[in-house]
Design a protein around this ligand. Structure first.
Ligand code: PAF
Length: 281
């Protein structure tokens, strides 16, 4: 696996591959890799001849400085995993490389509307940071395909909209969420959980499943959400939100809309967990 940190080395290698007729699939990450990330690499291999992964803890998408400082950084273990997965190139830039002038004077990309609701309302500026770094990485890697996890459902929508609005010629592939046997979505933030919290954590997915069932059974969305919130708050969780939206564009569903998604965010100890469930009624 080729490991590069500079933009020029990255660009040179991509150019060489493209001249040789190779195609590029890209998996952007913030590292601390788990089986969810590896499933993105596995999917990426189906789409192109060369796989590029980036590891960059992007300061622009953190609205809480402590969260940025404490975010797990495990580059050595991550590299070993990527080598055994047959990844062709790992890009590991520093903040100085990605934001040489500093964050305050950085040009940004903002996808309006969708960036301000749900997780965007709880984490102001978060999706601006995500859209900006993903755009910068796309401009450097110039992939044919890029793979993202569906666990970050809103992020995936933000990226799809950005690609459409900016006419980027990149196919975005959304990959299924990888879960533990008990249903907990794999996330780097699960590492913050104590053993006791880890036992409680699958309740988030179980509650979403019950919420979907209640809506299928004809219970009004508002009432079903109140019940789900109560279930969660009676445990160690503090619910940030449950929203039930149209699955295709996250707008408010009417009674005629059948394909829905539950978006959920909740605090458990030090970890803010997010998850989602797409379902039909
Ligand atoms: O999902 C993530 O890990 C990050 O938000 C991403 C897409 C790598 C951008 O920093």
């Amino acid at each position: 696996m080729i490991v590069v940190s500079s933009k020029s080395e990255l660009r040179q290698q991509i150019k060489t591959w493209k001249q040789a007729g190779e195609t590029i699939a890209f998996v952007p990450t913030m590292g601390n890799l788990h089986s969810g990330h590896i499933s993105l690499v596995t999917e990426a291999k189906k789409h192109a001849s060369k796989i590029v992964v980036s590891i960059f803890v992007n300061p622009m998408q953190f609205n809480n400085p402590d969260d940025l400082t404490n975010y797990p950084r495990t580059l050595e273990e991550d590299s070993e995993q990527l080598i055994s997965e047959g990844v062709d190139m790992l890009f590991t830039p520093t903040p100085e490389i990605m934001y040489p002038k500093g964050l305050d004077v950085q040009t940004f990309v903002e996808v309006p509307g969708i960036s301000d609701v749900f997780c965007g309302a709880s984490r102001p500026g978060h999706f601006r940071g995500v859209a900006t770094i993903v755009n910068k990485l796309f401009n450097l890697v110039t992939p044919d395909v890029a793979c993202f996890g569906s666990k970050d459902y809103q992020q995936l929508q933000v990226i799809r909209l950005m690609v459409e609005d900016l006419s980027l010629d990149i196919k975005i592939v959304g990959c299924d969420t990888v879960r533990t046997e008990q249903g907990l979505a794999k996330s780097s933030r699960n590492g913050y959980l104590t053993p006791k919290e880890l036992e409680v954590a699958p309740l988030l997915y179980q509650t979403m499943q019950q919420l979907a069932q209640d809506i299928r059974d004809g219970i009004a969305i508002e009432k079903a959400v109140a019940k789900a919130t109560l279930t969660m708050n009676q445990s160690l969780f503090t619910t940030d939100y449950f929203h039930v939206q149209r699955a295709d564009n996250l707008s408010q569903p009417t009674n005629e809309d059948k394909e829905l998604v539950i978006l959920a965010a909740a605090q458990l100890g030090f970890a803010r967990l997010i998850d989602n469930l797409v379902f039909s009624r």
